[in-house]
Design a protein around this ligand. Sequence first.
Ligand SMILES: Nc1ncnc2c1ncn2[C@@H]1O[C@H](COP(=O)(O)OP(=O)(O)OP(=O)(O)O)[C@@H](O)[C@H]1O
Length: 260
Amino acid sequence: MMPFEIRSLSVDLGARRALESIDLSLEPGRLTALIGPNGAGKTTLLRAMAGLVRPSAGDVVLDGTPTALMRASARARAIAYLPQGGGVAWPLPVEGVVALGRLPHGEEPDRLPAEGRTAVEAALRSVGLQGFETRPATSLSGGERARMLLARALATQAPVLLADEPVAALDPRHQLIVLEVLKARARAGTTVVAILHDLNLAARFADHIVLLDQGKIETSGSPEEALTKARLAASFGIQARVSRGEDGLLVVAQSPLPSA
Ligand SMILES: Nc1ncnc2c1ncn2[C@@H]1O[C@H](COP(=O)(O)OP(=O)(O)OP(=O)(O)O)[C@@H](O)[C@H]1O
């Protein structure tokens, strides 16, 4: 189990400070939901965690080692990243795309060893894509493609899994399936961070919620701590009702507040 920490991380994108002094300690075994309004810096933070954005200050530290000092291949084995709205340009078979998740292990997609094949099969099964193995990836629907790309990230079997809006394109059943997969991964010891826009799904599945607003962490805590009426008004600009019922915390966005 590898502790994953973000220490005093700031990121500048052009002239804009996208992230300001982010400190986070992400424990293995937990599913963290990263939430926040559009433009808050969620994708930038996830990309910085994956080593895809160079910080202006601070470090991303995995198991005591700054990831900037790790070889790219070691980092790719340790941190799997599912980008937002990823596409596929080539008509590779679905299993070939998922097998790309084994490249960080030095396993070539068309010559996977038994361990790699098992990982690819398990990943496809977990997102409900068994039977799709030989279909050209370009023939899948948007939601099927999103699940295939998640399967690719799962197939790496990295100790850290970062997913940018993994359920955005999915129907309700597949949203639940994917969040259950991410939760099960977390329970098996992986550090899972997922950007979610659906606050009710975040409340229901996340062990830990990080609310980002204008490049800063506003709240980092339990769903009850993060999803308060006052916080939703201040960060999302919405009047919301927050109640606790038999399904847990329920957030109803009632109306947009006038912008400040
Ligand atoms: N290359 C860039 N140059 C300048 N500003 C950028 C660049 N890339 C992103 N930004 C800005 O940085 C801010 C953070 O962007 P980011 O994509 O991290 O937000 P987000 O919270 O993921 O938003 P969303 O919910 O809309 O996906 C935004 O205001 C965005 O316009």
